[in-house]
Structure formats: structure tokens, C-alpha cells
Design a protein around this ligand. Sequence first.
Ligand SMILES: Nc1ncnc2c1ncn2[C@@H]1O[C@H](COP(=O)(O)OP(=O)(O)OP(=O)(O)O)[C@@H](O)[C@H]1O
Length: 827
Amino acid sequence: MIQVGDTRRVAQADGRGFSKLGMEESGSESRPPVASARMENGEYSIYSNINIIQAISQNRAIASPQSHQILFVQVADFEQRGKSKHKKADKETLEVVCRLTPYNGCNPCLILVDENTVECCPPNGVLQRNGQPYANKVYEFGRVFDETDTQKDVFERCSVDLIEHLITGRNALLFTYGVTGSGKTHTMTGSSNRNQCGILPRTLDTIFNSIQDSVVDKCVFYPTGKGNTFNIRAKRDAREEVRRLRVNSEIEADDDRFIETKKVDGYNDDYACALFVSYVEIYNNYCYDLLDNGPMDQSPPSLDVHMDANQMVYVGKLKEVEVSNADEALQLLKQGDNRRKVCDTLLNKESSRSHSVFTIRLVMAPSEEEELYPVQDASRIIVGQLSLVDLAGSERAKRTLNTGDRLNEAAKINQSLMTLRQCFEKLRKNQRRVLQESVPYRDTKLTYLFKNFFEGAGKVRMIICANPRPDDYEENQNVLSFAEESQSVETKKDVGRMETHNQAGIICRPPVPRKFYAGWNHEIDRCRPPFNMTPLEVFPWEDVKRGNDDVCMLREYSRRKGDETGDDNILTLLNGLGEGLRSRLCVSDYEGSIMEELKVKEEELNERRTSDAALIKKLKRENASLRSRLLVYEEDNEDRVEMEREMRRVKEEEKERLRRHRGRVEKTLEIANGVTPSVATLTNKFNEKKEMMEYIESDRQTLRERKDKRDGMMVDRNGYYDPKYHRRSQSASRVLDHQPVYRIPTGNILRPKMPTNSKSTTNPLMIELKSSSAYVLTHQEVDKDGAVSTSLIKGECIPTAGGGTAVCFSDIERLSHQSPTKSTTRL
Ligand SMILES: Nc1ncnc2c1ncn2[C@@H]1O[C@H](COP(=O)(O)OP(=O)(O)OP(=O)(O)O)[C@@H](O)[C@H]1O
């Protein structure tokens, strides 16, 4: 039978230049496998496995025949390597995704074109070594993320399918690559909150969500310490080991951390499993165990990298810690991170100075039927491995201005990254050529550790992190070119070694959860028929319903029937029927238990619904009362607003009153403080006023007399005047001064003096005549010498019987100009 290790050896051989593989069993399984190769002439020779690998690496034929397990390698297909469709189907290429760091500055040197393409644009003034400007370049990847993509998006795209690989017993490698400060650690680890939580913590949660019910107690599986192999302890040994090591699975979980709830399908729950983690740091090309418990201030011993008998690389003496939940694994991750070498550089406050490799190994073996425990057969153990690698960033000394240790670290980082690039380059060349060149994996510890994934089977994915700031342009361009070329590196497709339900063989149980089946099975086997069997002919078929007793009854019935007839076939047939019924009963009981659970849940829900309804009613009442109180408050508020408005108005009025009062006071004070006018001035003013009053009074007197006279005339002349229509106000003794539209300026010294209440107009209206007692018309004439004479034609306004007003001219005053040289003429 082909074992896992043998398959790897075959794959190794295949990777060195052979194509069609076959394996025969010819002896005990413990004997070393031996290979045979058919040469180009079609003959087969038999070689030991070691010899064949030597021969392959030296590209020559060898002869060292032996005879146990035989591996056929057809050399005739050698020339066809890389051309055959069948072979290509076995391969898959390295996948590259790119993530751009958020950048808010101007002139980003990387621009997202679409979700697969990024454009690299040279910043102004950056020239190539030959003085020519750089051209814009477009790069295509499996996916390009920018600042709008969250940590969750990156996790789902980059890690979920690798978890599927892991839980189905396959290998996968995920690593971040990029310039320093471009977000590699952020992408891989991040921090514990929801938005920042990176790939690694989310991956651990998702793995445990997916295998939760199949994880066995600690110390059941254990690493043998010989290469990459695991073994299984007997139950009692496992319990003793737990006691001896005082395994404590009670750990202090970080309550604030974000927990990923995603679950991946694909795990075969007929398998029992255990999860082991290890954490390695490669610093200055030395390997250190980050889970070492030694004192923090002392550097742990450096570890060697070896290759086991299956040609698989492993780190010697590395601690692999078994974890039962994600919290335990994360605590180890945190412990390791505290030991990891990180430094403050010009380009990153927390720059990783080493490459870190966090490896998760899921060890699985088919479980016993009754209990979740792996069957004691180490050959059926399957190991899936997922390595999550955070590479240190490449950096240019002229940008970081590092010196001393930092400069040395940077040189080692750059050197290991350069070796990685050279390995990729060689792998790509080998894919195209018949003549294979050796790949320099062994040049650095990092590439040596990666060897398994490129030479063996496993999915490899690289996340390129790049910061779009213009200063990173040249380094980014370098990284992106390398990444784009790497996409053609081929790795062997890992098809997995996990058996399906039927293949697992030992498990043939109804499709119910393992825990339920184990309990149910145990219970039913303990049942004994609680009755005496009735004669076969009166077997109570119609009473057979469902339940454990019926199964026993059927079994007993079939046994007796078999005994009676001596027909073993009937017994076998009926036993089969009994098993079928048993299986159906199990399903039915399982469904019954689910129904019971659902009923309980339904009752709980009903209770909750009733209490919720009461709560809703209460809340509605409270709501109504709150509404009415709100209305009252609103009304009160309106009144208050109105009152406030009124108060403001009163205040304004008071202010205005005060302002006027203050004005008066100020005026009074001004007068009080001012110079007192002399008695003579006051006397003059008084006389002036008195004269004016006398004049007005005499004027009024004349008018009154004239009016009386007129009234008399009007009374005499019947129908001429009717006082009923001619009521005039007491103040209507004014003079209407009718001026010409264009008055010739005369420059008069003497001016006609009009009473103060006269009204001047150029176009007298009826209403104005009616309200006036006297009328003065100003008329101007110019003689041939240019002298202006102004006539003031005076008249009285007399109301007519029809309601109009007549003007009765009574006097003319003339103001004339005369040249002194002209003889006097009488006017
Ligand atoms: N996508 C992102 N979103 C938010 N912040 C980011 C993102 N990428 C990087 N950062 C921030 O940029 C800074 C540098 O990132 P980080 O330390 O992950 O870089 P690095 O590539 O690991 O650097 P080095 O190679 O020097 O270790 C950190 O403060 C990190 O939080």
C-alpha cells in the first residue's frame, strides 16, 4: 500500500525529471522502498530510492538493483516533460495578490486600475540610471486591494481556501512580501480589534470553528521528534501524559479581542484531530524558536534546519505546542511576537527585523466508532500544514540611514529576499528546460524552509504589500516586477490524502452527529428484551412500533427463525434488516430528540412572546403617557416663549424711554451748564416774538372783518353761499401763494413777506383754494431794457354757493427794477 511518505518520495523523484510513476508492493511494509527506472531504450532497471535521487540530480542512469517495493519510473517520458497535458493538470502556479497601503498625499506612484490591475506611475523628476525617464507600467495580479478593502476582505480572498486545504490534509504557504513599512505585519497579524484584525488571528478562529467537534483531548497525538511525523498514544497513556505534564487548558482569554465567526466546510468529521502550532524567527539567517520559554533578555539557541527521510525540511528541536482553541494559539502568537525583533527605523516605527514563520499543523486520523478517539494506526495519520509568513521588508540603506546592527540586519534581510528571488527565477527556468539547474534553496534558512512547498505539494500564495508614496516608487517597481514574474512559478498540486466517509472504512453509521450516535449505540446495546418471546406464529407484528425493544425483538425473532429453519441466509438477511432498522431508528431518535429540543425552544419562544407582548403593552401605555406629557410641555413651552417675547418687547420700550429721558436730561444739563444768555438778548427775542404776534393778530383781525362783511353779503345774496357746504376749519386763514412756473431771478433786496402759514404753489388745486382765505398771484414782466417788474396780485378766497371757491382780487403790489440812469417813470 502506498503511504504518505512514499508518495512524497515519488513526488520528489518526479520533480527531478521523471514523469510516470508506479509503485508495487513486494514484501513487508517496513522494508525500504526501492525504485526502478525504465531507460530510453524501454528497459527497466531497479535502483534504491537514494540512488535514484542521486542519479536524477546528476541526470545520469545508475544500477543498484534491489527487490522489495518497486517504483516504476518511465524515463522515456523524460523528454516530454512540461509538454504533457496530464502533467500540467497536476501543477498549479504561485498566486500573487497585491495590497496598496492607504495613502492621502499627492502624486501616488501606484494607482488601482481595476480589481486585477495596478498602474505604477513614476513621480516627477525620477530618472533611470541612463538618464531616461521611466514609463508608466501596468501589472496584473490575481487581485489588487486598495484602501477601500478591509482586513476581512483580504482574509476571505487570501486565506479561506488555504484553510480548506489544511482541514482536508493538504499543505499551503501564505507569505507577505514588500518594501519596509508597506503593511505586511498589518496584513498578516494586525491588532485585536474588529477593523484591524489580520489574517492570522482570523485564520485560527476559522480553523477551530470548522473542526470544533472533532478536536481530541491533548496528548493523544504527539510529534515523534523524528522529522515531521506524529504518533497516537493509547488512551491510558494519553491520560497519564496529561497528568504528568499538568496540562492546563484554562487560559486567560482576551475578552476584548475580535472573534471571527466564519466556518469552512470540508472537514470529514469521521476523523479525530489535534492542532499544533510553532513559531520561528529567521534573524540574520539564524533560526530561533519564538515559543522558547527561556528568559526574555537572553537570546535562545539558534536551531538547525534539517531534511527528514521523506525529503521534507523541518527545524530541529523546534517546540510544537498543541492547542485546543484559538485563544490558546493567539496567546502563543502574542508571546512569540513579544520576542520577535522589532525596531524603530526612519521608515517604520515598528519595523520587523526578521522573517517570522507561524506554522499550523492539523494532525488527523480516523476516529473510533464509539468514541472520539483516533484509531491506533499511525499509518493512517494525515497532516495538513499551513504556514503563514511575515517577511521582513526590503530596505535601502540610503533611505533608512541605518548604521551598525540595523545596517547588518538590513543586509541580511535583503540577501535572503534576493535568494528567494533567485530560487523563483531558477524554478521558472527549470520549468522551461529539459536540463535542470539546482535551485539555491540552501543558501538561506528562509528559502530552505520554503523548499517543501515548491518541491513537494502545496498551494503557495504571495501577498505583495506596496505603499503608493512617491518615495517608494523605484523599490515598488522592483517588487511588482518580481511579483508579476513569480506568477508563472509552478508548484505541484496537492490533491489531499483524507479518506471520504466510505473510504475510512471503519465508520458506517447513520448520518447523525458522532456524539449522538455513540451515546445512542451504547444505550441500545445495554437493552435486554424485557419480555418472554412469544411463539413465532403469534409474533405481534402489528404492535411493533419504534424503539429499542423492537430491535431486540426482531433480532431474537430472526435468530430463532434461523435456528428453526437451519437457514443461515435468513439469519444474515434478517440481521441486515435489523441493522437497517437500527440505523433508521437511530435517525428517527435523533430527529425525535431534535423535535423535543425544538418543542422546548418553541415553548420558550412562546413564553418569551407572551412576556414580550406584555412588555409591548406596557411600553405602549408608557409611550402614550409620555406623549400627553410631551404635549403639556410643548404648550407650556409655547407660553413661555410668548412671555419671553413680551418681556423682550417691554424691555426694548423701557430702553427707548430711558434713552429719550437721558437725551432730555443731557439737553437740560447742557442748558444748565451752558452760558446764560444776556438780558438784552432775551428782551430782543421777546420783542421780536411780540411784534410777530401783533402782526399776525392784526392780520387775523382784518381777515375776520372782511369775512364778516362777506358773510353779510352772502346772507344778503340768497343762494350765493350756504354755510352748510362751506365749513372751513379754524386754521383756514392761510394764504395761497401762486408762483409762476419759471420765476425770473431778480436779486431783490426787498422781498414780499408772506405770513408763516402761507402755501406756495405753481399749480393751485381746488382743495387748496378752498382751504385758504387769501390768494396771491405772482406775475413777472420784463421790459425792453431788461428791467423786471414783479406784480403780486392779492385776492380773497370766497366760497361759492355751488361748493366752489371764487377769488376776489382786491390789491396789487408791484416790485419793479429801474436803472439809475433812466428817467423816473411813475408806475
Ligand atoms: N492597509 C492598511 N490600513 C491601515 N494601516 C496600515 C495599512 N497598511 C499599513 N498600515 C500601517 O502602516 C504602518 C506600517 O505597517 P507595517 O508595520 O505592517 O509595515 P511592514 O511592511 O510590516 O514594515 P516592516 O517591513 O518594516 O516590518 C503601521 O502603523 C500600520 O498600522
